[in-house]
Structure formats: structure tokens, C-alpha cells
Write a protein that binds this ligand. Sequence first.
Ligand code: ATP
Ligand code: MG
Ligand code: FE
Length: 367
Amino acid sequence: RLVLGIETSCDETGAAVVDECGSIVGECLHSQKEIHSKNGGIIPPVAQALHEQYIDHVVQNAMDAANIKWTDLSAVATTIMPGLALSLSVGLQYSKDVIKKTGLPFIPVHHMEAHALTIRMVERVEFPFLVFLVSGGHCIIAVARDLGNYLILGQTKDDAPGEAYDKIARKLKLNEHPQCIGMSGGQAIEHLAQTGDREVMKAYTPNLQSKDCTFSFSGVKSMVSQFISKEEKIQDVQAAQLSNINDIAAAFQFKVTHQLVKKIARAMIYCKENSLIDTCHQTMVLSGGVASNGYIRNAMQYVCNEYGYRFLCPPPKLCTDNGTMIAWTGMERLKRNIGIANEVQNIRYEPKYPLGEDISDQVKAEQ
Ligand code: ATP
Ligand code: MG
Ligand code: FE
């Protein structure tokens, strides 16, 4: 069996065909990143227009790469939540047209579930496992109990880490930095931080006092942002020319990572105290765009070693948005005959939709 996956929730137009074993039979991805970075952020109608312009090309390319016809497919799976309304609408409308034309079964996909399940394409991971989704729009710690069954232990109350990376990268004008050509904000900060000294900012890491697993990145963001403004004045140069730009990148990255480490450790303690995860094979999966960050991966490997968890993370190319993870989530559902839509024409996209039950109010652990 083969499933075609279509992703248009944000700024990536992606399509891919995967088989039951998780092999990618054909794929195509068109990123709008360059255009949005010139605009200083995503303008939803621009994103929509670009999805509309590229979607057919991207899907046809994936089908051609797979060397298959519509009749070779078993289902079409498409992201319908959460995401930008205007972006989601393009993928859903395109899919409805395909379904009408081909009569194929349709499987609606939750974008964050797709990030969570990507690992099962490449590794053997049984439910329940602990999953940490760190991306451009989310920061979620959840117990993946089963397909479509997630227990949220903590999530962000304001910004997502990827968003914070992008904002600090913009504040530092890294798109003009000679060492960061063609990199996303996150990649640029990670790159500069490698040779930086985080001690340049000695102030405490915000949001660690509470005993819960919720996140807040607005404090880190404004703290680092103010520090940059101050340095620009003192050194009398543009942000990209700051002599200690590497140190600032390192300090920011450390503060973000420090919070991620603290909270996931707390979640591991909470899971143990409440027997949420089988202690014989505890696995923690890190996924989402920010999971492609090597510094954060290393930190997570360290926490997992401390708490006796196996640490897994998809390859970087599968951490950021792509059509493959959507196709795979469709395949997981198809195999178990869960979540296949009838009345396709009535399906609607949902810009905001929780991944599962949120018990973050009850979660407390000493750490
Ligand atoms: P969501 O999945 O929450 O809907 P999204 O789909 O926009 O958001 P992803 O594509 O999963 O997000 O991730 C993109 C984010 O990942 C961007 O904010 C980007 O800066 C960040 N990112 C990518 N590479 C890195 C890196 N090496 N270090 C830190 N952040 C990174
Ligand atoms: Mg994206
Ligand atoms: Fe994503």
C-alpha cells in the first residue's frame, strides 16, 4: 500500500509518497522561507498565494519521483490542523479536488501528531512514549499513548522556541551576516553559538521556579533583545557587526536549552511517579523543527542518560516540515483503519486544535 501526504500548514508546500515500511517512494518540498525572510516574517496571504502557485507542481513531482499513477495509491493524507488558516485551506481544497477526481480515501492529519510519529518511520518505538515537540509554533511535552491519543504534560504559555530563535536572529540581522548566508534563523544562531561564550549574559534563566512543565520564552526573548540593543549603542554598530555576536547567540541558545532541559527532566520524574510510561523501555522522542538543533539534541541526550531513557530524534530533514511525515501519519492510520474520513466534502480545517488532553495544571515535580 502507498499513501500520498500533503503538507501546507505554514510556509512549506510538501508532498510525499510512503509505503508501509516507512520508505519514501517519492517526495517534493517547496520552501517559502526566503521570501518570508525578506518580508521580515510570514504574511499569510503571501503564504497562501505561494502554496496555490506550487502545490500542483509539488504533488506531481512527488508522484513522478515515485513513478506511480493515482490508481496506485491507497489513500491521500493531508494536514488540516493546526496552522495558518489561509495556508491550511490550500492543501485541504487541493486534496478535496483530488479525492473527487480519484475516489481515494481521505485521512485528515494533525500536524503535531505527524511530528510526533515521524520517528516510527525510522525506528521501532512502541506506545506509550514520551514526546517533546519543539518547533516554530509549539513547545509540547506529551505522553504518546496511542495513535490519536496524547496526554499533554506541559506546553508554552507564550512564544514557541523556534519563534524566539527567528526573532533573535532577525534582531541580530543574521540574514546579512556573511557566515549565515542561506541559513534559517535557528541554524544561524546555532552556527554562531558554536564559537561563543554564553557567560556574556550572566542573568538567570527565566521561568524555572514553578514546579510544572509549562514553558515561557517571552522573558528570554526580551532579555536577550534588550541586551542586543544596549550592545549596539555601546559598540555603536549594527547588530550583525557586534564584536560579541557569537557570545550573544550562545547565551540565548543556552537559556532556551536550559528551560527545555529542566522541564523535560521534570516530566520524566512526573511520569515515573505516576507510572505513565513503562519503566522497562522508556523512550523520549524529540521532534519538530527546533529538534534539528545539535546543541539541543546533545542536551536531551544528556537528560535521557540521567533518567534512564532511550533518546531518539528523527534526522534533521524530517524534523522540519515536510510531506513525508504527513504521508507516514496517514499510513499509520490506514494500517489500523483509524481516522479515515467519510463525507470528505464536509471536512474543515482547524487553525487551532489541541493535540490531546492537557493536564499541565496538575503536573508538579521537584527538580
Ligand atoms: P509548528 O510545527 O509548531 O506548526 P512550524 O511548522 O512552522 O511550526 P517547523 O517547520 O516544525 O515549524 O520548524 C521551524 C522552526 O524550526 C523555525 O522557527 C526555525 O527557526 C526552527 N529551526 C530550524 N532549524 C533550527 C536549528 N538548527 N536550531 C534552532 N531552531 C531551528
Ligand atoms: Mg514550517
Ligand atoms: Fe511543523
